[in-house]
Write a protein that binds this ligand. Structure first.
Ligand code: ADP
Ligand code: MG
Length: 205
């Protein structure tokens, strides 16, 4: 689209007819099936506030995204904060969300960051406490070294709180460029990651 297209679509135009509801329904139906979607793996984590509620809110917000369907949500794991000395922060709840999406990676990141902002994530400290962190672990087989969006995620392959829940929902999954996650797990160990079988995230309908 050119900038003149943008200008045209944003200015009120009396000749533009309202979109008939039949067309809107058709668009919705097309969206429900998603043409040529890509599979992306997201990692979500929270260590402030009502952590389970926040994670569910993030899953719901992702599911509300046009051009995105939540395919699976992992069990919830409780994990020690990463990169800080113990006991200076509360533990995290972490989960992995598998999505199908027609959004390109950059738009998926924008959406992930909008979800973080909706929860007013605290960003003062690197690896500091956060209401919600949403990372793109992988996007189909896409490889990118862009620091703004590195794919696959440059550190997720060494994080048990990503690999363990991901393996739960996709036992055959591959980490792009690094092989099957089931083969990466032994090197990583469990890092004190604990299944919270008493908690559950729901896949929105
Ligand atoms: P981390 O998730 O590593 O603890 P942040 O969530 O604060 O750190 O992310 C910092 C920046 O990382 C974001 O502004 C984003 O642009 C960048 N980034 C690079 N690759 C990714 C990715 N795969 N998923 C999410 N953010 C990424
Ligand atoms: Mg992040």
């Amino acid at each position: 689209m050119t900038s003149s297209d943008n200008a045209a679509s944003s200015s009120p135009d009396p000749t533009v007819q309202p979109v008939p509801s039949a067309v809107v329904q058709q668009v919705d139906a097309a969206d429900a099936t998603l043409h040529n979607p890509h599979v992306a793996v997201l990692s979500i984590g929270s260590n402030l506030g009502n952590r389970l509620e926040t994670l569910q809110g993030a899953v719901d917000a992702l599911a509300d995204t046009p051009g995105l369907r939540v395919k699976a949500v992992s069990p919830v794991y409780e994990t020690q904060p990463w990169g800080v000395s113990e006991d200076t922060q509360g533990t995290y709840f972490n989960a992995v969300v598998i999505v199908r999406t027609t959004l390109p990676p950059s738009s998926l990141l924008e959406r992930a960051q909008a979800v973080e902002e909706a929860y007013e994530r605290v960003r003062e400290l690197r690896w500091g406490p956060r209401t919600i962190d949403v990372d793109i672990v992988s996007y189909q087989g896409v490889v990118s070294t862009d620091p703004g969006l590195t794919l696959p995620h440059p550190r997720a392959h060494e994080r048990a709180f990503v690999l363990v829940p991901w393996h739960d929902v996709e036992p055959e999954a591959e980490y792009p460029g690094r092989g099957r996650i089931v083969d990466l797990l032994p090197a990583v160990g469990d890092q004190g990651v604990q299944l919270r079988g008493d908690l559950e995230l729901v896949v929105p309908l």
